[in-house]
Design a protein. Structure first.
Length: 398
């Protein structure tokens, strides 16, 4: 498994999220500090040229002095993006303008003459996009440093779920952003949210050390979850993600980081798998490396990617078996990851992990086939290609 820098932008990147089959959205920035670092959202297309995986920026939307730190795309209409901007949620709509045709001959731009021979003229399509801010609503009401820290869409796209510095999880009707439920249970800020793939349950993790499962239909707490390796040490959950396999199995995954340990040598992060029926941990594994900072689950539900404070990207199976590790993918901590299928030189889709970092870069970790000992990668190709085919049939924006 090899990594390469895909692109570098001019602001620290905090979130990357798929936006259709071949596109991703990144958000980040420098906040309100007058450092000259912009706050922005950028839309990229990721594809393969004759030799390598490449990216092209399709649009950029600036947020002036407000920091865009989290984002999620609608599960069925990915042109709709929910973005956390300071203490508000912005709903953006990406729309494609008319395609501009650039005519080239011998790598030089030319004007095509009527009736002229056109064999030597190559028409290159240049996609153009724009963004409308369709809705905006305050979603966090902390008296000090109010900030939306997490956002996700429900499985059917009917609700937007937000969490932030005041510790409340809020459920908003989409479209319209009318608040349906205000769910209070955490004592500290909410760090991450994950929506169940089949129903209206949502998992939230907080700096208070707990994960809460909510029923957003009824506006009720289902279960408060905690995980500790032993009674002498303290871990807290930093991120959570659901995964659903093609067989219909559903799991919830969390990364757990140490808060208080008697022995510094034991300060390992843990990757945990939870049953989506009992909400108990059924598997766990220690991560041998620097502290874990980010988590993603593949669309086929079979694979996980984690990022660390030292910039490494590591791949696991759904059973938490270590598969492969790309060290030094980034020079600073990994802030977010996602899985994406990219056309390969053989004509089929090639699965890859995209990771972003405070170092302002996006890297691609390609899961290319190598030798027979990497049977899991062949399995990944098969499962991910099936998932990508199904997904592409849903995404008219692709």
């Amino acid at each position: 498994m090899g990594s390469k820098t895909l692109f570098v932008t001019d602001f620290p990147i905090y979130t990357i999220t798929p936006c259709g089959k071949r596109r991703v959205v990144i958000t980040g920035g420098g906040g309100s500090a007058k450092t000259g670092v912009p706050n922005a959202l950028e839309l990229y297309e990721v594809l393969r040229d004759e030799k390598d995986i490449v990216s092209h920026v399709l649009h950029r939307h600036d947020f002036t002095t407000e920091l865009a730190m989290n984002a999620a795309s609608h599960p069925h209409n990915p042109e709709h993006i929910a973005v956390g901007v300071d203490n508000k949620c912005h709903i953006l709509k990406l729309y494609q303008q008319e395609v501009q045709l650039i005519e080239k001959e011998n790598n030089n731009t030319v004007q095509k003459r009527k009736g002229a021979e056109s064999e030597a003229v190559e028409e290159v399509k240049k996609e153009q996009f724009n963004v409308d801010v369709t809705q905006m609503e305050q979603t966090d009401f902390s008296e000090v440093d109010a900030f939306q820290k997490a956002v996700c869409f429900s499985h059917n796209g009917a609700h937007v779920i937000t969490g932030g510095a005041d510790g409340c999880v809020r459920c908003w009707k989409f479209p319209g952003l009318k608040m349906m439920h205000e769910l209070k249970g955490h004592k500290k800020e909410v760090d991450a949210l994950a929506c169940h793939p089949d129903n209206n349950m949502v998992a939230s993790v907080s700096r208070d050390g707990h994960m809460i499962i909510w029923d957003t239909d009824k506006g009720q707490l289902v279960k408060s979850c905690d995980w500790q390796l032993n009674k002498k040490s303290v871990w807290r959950m930093r991120s959570c993600r659901f995964g659903k396999t093609r067989e219909g199995d559903i799991f919830l995954f969390t990364i757990n980081i140490p808060v208080s340990l008697p022995n510094k040598a034991q300060r390992l992060s843990y990757l945990c798998r939870w049953s989506a029926e009992t909400w108990e941990v059924d598997r766990k594994t220690p991560y041998k490396g620097d502290m874990l900072t980010a988590l993603a689950v593949s669309g086929c539900g079979q694979f996980l990617a984690v990022g660390s404070a030292s910039g490494d990207v590591t791949l696991y199976s759904k059973n938490l078996k270590l598969l492969t590790k790309a060290k030094g993918t980034h020079s600073l901590f990994v802030t977010s990851l996602c899985f994406l299928s990219i056309p390969s030189s053989q004509g089929c889709d090639e699965p890859a992990v995209l990771s972003v970092s405070a170092d302002k870069s996006c890297a691609v970790t390609s899961l290319a086939r190598s030798s027979s000992k990497h049977h899991f990668i062949d399995l990944f190709h098969k499962l991910y290609s099936m998932q990508a085919h199904c997904y592409s049939s849903l995404c008219c924006f692709c």
